[in-house]
Design a binder for this molecule. Structure first.
Ligand code: TYD
Length: 207
């Protein structure tokens, strides 16, 4: 029987460099001989597609609806046969995931009841707890700068004021989860290589 793979989540504000670091971590772990798989939320399943329409403002959805949709998308992400997180871990693969329930706590936790959002995610039997969450920490102003450089379209959560509130929510959440979840906060200010050294060090701690 295969040894169960590791489950690593990368979190961070929009513009924190999460996607770049996610890809670098995947490539480095593969080079190290780890059988790794890259994935992200919202997913490409039906529910994830609906979420993207809501995030772009095309589809109207209340904060509670968004929280419920993210939960549904996460259950699918965990349980899909062969390609779901559970199946991959059971095959011995290491799953590296961009965003997970910590994002629901921080983003939906601003506009709806955070305890409800945390309870339904943390107590759902079909949602697996990660072995490690790496939070890429960057100031909202630096995030916004990177978002503006990167693309021409913005999403509903990308205003500086919102980023500020989300970041402080992430900190509240990590305090609440202290001792219950393995969270490592990494300084995301610096060059891609400098930040990656920190990300890789954090990831290595669970191997
Ligand atoms: P995406 O375009 O994938 O951006 P990023 O590269 O920053 O992850 O959009 C994801 C957006 O979804 C992001 O603004 C955060 C939000 N989100 C939530 O609000 N709740 C969640 O549970 C998740 C997974 C994401």
């Amino acid at each position: 029987m295969n040894k169960r793979g590791k489950f690593i989540v990368l979190e961070g504000l929009d513009g924190s460099g999460k996607d770049t670091q996610l890809k670098l971590l995947y490539e480095r772990l593969v080079a190290d001989g780890v059988d790794a798989v890259l994935t992200a939320e919202p997913t490409d399943f039906e529910c994830g597609r609906m979420l993207r329409r809501a995030l772009s403002g095309e589809l109207d959805a209340s904060p509670a609806e968004l929280a419920a949709l993210f939960l549904t998308d996460r259950v699918k992400h965990n349980c899909a046969p062969d390609v779901g997180i559970r199946a991959l871990l059971e095959k011995g693969q290491t799953v590296i995931c961009g965003r997970y329930y910590y994002s629901s706590f921080a983003y939906q936790g601003i506009d709806t009841d955070i305890n409800w959002v945390m309870d339904m995610n943390l107590n759902c039997p079909d949602i697996i707890k990660p072995d490690l969450c790496i939070f890429l920490d960057l100031s909202p102003e630096n995030c916004r700068e990177r978002i503006e450089k990167g693309r021409d379209k913005t999403e509903i959560y990308e205003k500086v004021e919102t980023l500020r509130r989300v970041r402080s929510r992430f900190y509240d959440v990590f305090k609440l989860l202290d001792g219950k979840e393995n969270v490592k906060i990494v300084d995301a200010f610096g060059t891609v290589d400098q930040v990656f050294t920190r990300v890789y060090d954090a990831a290595k701690s669970i191997f």
